[in-house]
Design a protein around this ligand. Structure first.
Ligand code: ADP
Length: 406
């Protein structure tokens, strides 16, 4: 890799799609981005291998080919890092084997992430590739928040605990929120509400995550587009015993046919708001259940943090749906939370405060940017590595370590 290489390719290989962005880290500008969808379907790429080759072709067509000297590294989003990966990690065969060993914890996601990494390595074997984990930001959670109250031996034998997801977004948004407050991340306590199709809340104390709403899998917590979020686990036994459903059927019910979709047949908040405004009772109830759950998490995380400096909305719903923000905070004046109607109505792609002046807790909207965060974490790691290897060449004593695998 050339010393002047400043570009990072970010790859997000999902179960049926590959998203990519090419960024120049000198100014964080986006040089290219795209999406290859419907992998494995008749109208899409045959497999992940073919999808990544399409990405390579698209980049080449734009004159930004993978063979470019200016490409410094590839950053891969990896969903599950378990307890092994607490930081961005330079990928080698050992790291790949570790990610593979976590497949039972993320059977849908990690295999796709792995295929993406393997194909990218075969296309550019000489290039540093970095794994950035969705779970990493949450590994700072204390045991009191991370453990389920079940038999400890059983839990440990099967690595059952709360890992949390969307960590890259929670890390980015909480840091940006501190910036918006004009404070250091270490000085502030922040609640982040990442409300997309998947949704999660996190409590961040002094820059470290102390609790988050997703658990062993992304099913726990808030009401989502198609996921139930929190539910009495006995519902699963009941469906098995009384409704005769198989585990796979219950899995599908709770992950794909529940949440907003299960409640009113739609998972897009725009449609739900429109239907609610037209007097559709199912849409209204779905909205109310969604908001009720949000409020419970806001209250819980105020209690977990003790003192809160900011409540921050992000992702598709959080950034765009003013009625959701208004309803989530309504009635919480006693907790120092309020939204200024005019500020809340402003549409913007920039971080912004929506609480009134002088409010005890700042309520804000901070757009997330997971690709930029992955690119920054990737570049920081390989830049350190470059400096280390330069120093070790000069002094012949240094080490180049920095794999970050703990
Ligand atoms: P994903 O979890 O798929 O990354 P996003 O963060 O992109 O999701 O959020 C997608 C969701 O954002 C959509 O399902 C939609 O409900 C919501 N959304 C996007 N724009 C608006 C809007 N203007 N008003 C309300 N909801 C919106």
């Amino acid at each position: 890799m050339s010393d002047r290489a400043t570009r990072v390719l970010v790859l997000n290989s999902g179960s049926s799609s590959v998203k990519y962005q090419l960024l120049d880290m000198r100014d964080s500008s986006r040089l290219a981005s795209g999406l290859v969808e419907h992998i494995g379907e008749p109208d899409g790429a045959a497999d992940h291998d073919a999808a990544l080759k399409t990405v390579a072709d698209e980049l080449k067509r734009d004159g930004l080919g993978l063979d470019s000297e200016e490409l410094a590294a590839i950053g891969h989003r990896v969903v599950h890092g378990g307890l092994t990966f607490t930081e961005p990690t330079l990928i080698d065969d050992t790291v790949l084997a570790e990610i593979e060993s976590l497949v039972p914890l993320a059977p849908l996601h990690n295999p796709a992430n792995l295929t993406g990494i393997r194909t990218a390595r075969s296309l550019r074997p000489d290039l540093p590739q970095v794994a950035v984990f969705d779970t990493a930001f949450h590994t700072t959670m204390p045991e009191s928040a991370a453990r389920y109250a079940i038999d400890v031996e059983t839990a440990d034998a099967h690595r059952i605990r709360r890992y949390g997801f969307h960590g890259t977004s929670h890390a980015y948004v909480s840091r940006k929120s501190a910036e918006l407050l004009g404070r250091e991340p270490s000085e502030v306590n922040i609640i982040v509400l990442h409300l997309g199709n998947g949704a999660s809340a996190s409590a961040v104390a002094g820059g470290r995550c102390v609790d988050t709403s997703m658990g062993l899998t992304p099913l726990e917590g808030l009401v989502m587009g198609t996921r139930s979020g929190d539910i009495d686990p006995a519902v699963v036994f009941h469906l098995g015993r009384v409704a005769g459903m198989s585990l796979d059927e219950v899995d599908e019910l709770l992950n794909k046919k529940s949440g907003l979709t299960g409640l009113c047949g739609a998972n897009d908040m725009r449609e739900i708001l429109r239907r609610r405004d037209e007097g559709d009772g199912a849409a209204r109830l779905a909205f109310e259940i969604y908001i009720h759950r949000l409020k419970k998490y806001i209250g819980a995380y105020i209690a977990v943090l003790g003192r809160v400096d900011a409540l921050v909305f992000t992702a598709g719903v959080g950034e765009n749906a003013a009625p959701v923000r208004e309803a989530a905070v309504a009635g919480l004046e006693g907790l120092g939370l309020a939204v200024d109607a005019e500020r809340n109505a402003v549409r913007s792609g920039l971080p912004r405060v929506i609480s009134p002046d002088g409010a005890r807790v700042t309520v804000a909207v901070v757009p997330t940017d997971e690709e930029l965060e992955i690119a920054q974490q990737t570049y920081r790691l390989i830049d350190e590595d470059r400096k280390n290897s330069k120093n070790s060449k000069n002094s012949k004593t240094g080490t180049t370590g920095a794999t970050g695998a703990a």
